[in-house]
Design a protein around this ligand. Sequence first.
Ligand code: AMP
Length: 174
Amino acid sequence: MKILLIGPQGSGKSTQGRLLEQNLQIPYISTGDIFRQIAQQNSEEGKKIKQILESGQLVDDQTTARLLEERVKKPDCQNGFILDGYPRNLEQVKLINLNFDKVFFLNTPKEVALDRLLKRGRSDDTEESITKRLTLYYQQTEALLDYYKNQGILAGIDGRGEIQSIQDEIKKSL
Ligand code: AMP
């Protein structure tokens, strides 16, 4: 089972993705986590990625696709995975054929997402980078909803409720 989680930053994708990982016994993969790990390395690549993360900009599509492709080839992805953070735009859709079985859209109003992000206090969560990331999300990532809707695999989930009730709704829809 290959599952994609889409939603603005702060919609609960990682929380729900990690719960699903336990429930379904397939790995939760976040491209943001992959980049945050690389950003800690004291290499040229690490420094470059760190700068991009702090600015809230996106890493280039080719690099992102290459890293994700390496990750989903690993044996633990044999029975599928839960993906958070890729694709971010239609260009990325074309770069890897991921063949999702189901796409969940965690529908969360901008104010709620922003409020959660400011509370979580991750190191790349400055007000400026959050605003930039949310803007990019609405400009580029929301366009993917129509794409997956046309494929008949999109399920909209209300992202505002309790963690467990959202998880139950996702499981019901699987
Ligand atoms: P996230 O944790 O999904 O909000 O991602 C954190 C940061 O990682 C983003 O602001 C981007 O800089 C980078 N990133 C994650 N996924 C992608 C992607 N699919 N394409 C480009 N950059 C990405």
